[in-house]
Design a protein. Structure first.
Length: 61
């Protein structure tokens, strides 16, 4: 009885797609976090340049 139940448990594939999609979502989330961490310095320099131009335009008028 127990071996038959264990055999059905091993061969049962319901929920497999849920696990695969969860792993894919975790990979995408980690890749996105790594990308945002790598982009922080370039985004900071873009915002600094925009801030400097706005400050110069404000003081020039």
């Amino acid at each position: 009885m127990a071996t038959r139940s264990f055999g059905r448990f091993i061969s049962d594939e319901t929920g497999q797609d849920l696990i695969e999609y969860s792993l894919l979502l975790a990979f995408v989330a980690l890749a996105g976090a790594a990308m945002f961490m790598g982009m922080s310095s370039s985004v900071n320099s873009i915002w600094s340049a925009a801030n400097n131009r706005l400050a110069a335009a404000n003081s020039g008028s």
